[in-house]
Design a protein around this ligand. Sequence first.
Ligand code: FMN
Ligand code: SF4
Ligand code: SF4
Length: 338
Amino acid sequence: MHKALLLYFSGTGITRHFTSLIQEEMENRGYICDCLNIEELIDLTVLWQKKPVALNYTINAERKRPLSNYPWPYQDLKTALQNAEENKLFSHLEQEWAEYDLIGFGSPVYGFRPAPVMIRFILDLPVFKKTLRVFSYATHDGAQGDFEKFMEQVLRMKGFKYAGHIDQTFVYSASAVMRGNFDNLKAGRLLVKKSQQARRKINIFLDYVQTLFSGMPYWYHGESLINLFFGLPYRLIYSYGIDLLLNHFLFGFGIHKEKCIQCMTCVAQCPQGLIELDKYDYPIRLYHCMYCLRCLNWCPTDALYFSRVTNGKARFPGPEVLIEAAMQDDLSYRLKNE
Ligand SMILES: Cc1cc2nc3c(=O)[nH]c(=O)nc-3n(C[C@H](O)[C@H](O)[C@H](O)COP(=O)(O)O)c2cc1C
Ligand code: SF4
Ligand code: SF4
């Protein structure tokens, strides 16, 4: 019996959902499969702030449209890779993870790469001396760009044996915060359909992994070629979009103080610890972040927005709510027709 560990980060909950699908399919095959949100393993805020790696969209936003006079000392990817070294807090992991036959690292795609907090997490790991088989997985909106290549590079750098990658698009959770309304039922139906598609992909990948364990030859092509072809238009939209559109119209931090009940949910939810309190104890963010959208989505009174584009717009309720909406609809349909 194989033992697997799935380590993930998730902003709006989609990667968490994908993780649970992988776990279910692994368990169906007799694996023992543990799941761990990396935020349960370590205080991400402290980890990331010590060496705050950022992707280009954040660095550009900070350079072009800073939110304060004190620019945050972000580390770009190249510098972060050059200065990667073991964080002593992770020294015990080599021994702890030795019990696993397979470890998956999952993240949403942000600007063609893994979320900066996941990058920080991997770069801070020790270099594993004992061979451990790992894979990467991602959720995205159609353009994962260099995500897989980057994951392969950093995971190999840490001494792991890289087995491959799975990815899936589910629902457009990120653009929800720019829409006038968000149809839970429609999105729920899409999520259910995409989850079935994801299960098929997971099983193709697990067939391949099985051959690695047994030493049988097998050709696993992933989806690199398809992504290259169909990903191109998205790639163009995202590369220009993120810098031009998002930088100018999305990125920022605004608050309707009259709506804020000072519950501190946003402060606690921020994986980068970038939301502070002003002198009246209202949340404020003085720097650009990775824009995971958690603060916006989880504010109970919709008091927060990034820019006017997100002001007064819909919020993403999370995959569980969408699935519930689709299931309720299915149930009432069946009751009506019985
Ligand atoms: C700041 C930001 C950048 C993103 N960049 C990309 C991207 O480059 N390519 C893409 O296909 N999707 C991109 N997305 C969409 C997310 O990858 C997608 O919504 C993902 O499923 C979210 O997963 P989560 O719910 O686990 O955070 C981006 C989303 C955000 C918030
Ligand atoms: S400020 Fe909000 S969007 Fe930015 S990283 Fe923190 S929780 Fe995510
Ligand atoms: S989550 Fe919303 S209501 Fe709570 S402190 Fe933050 S802005 Fe205010």
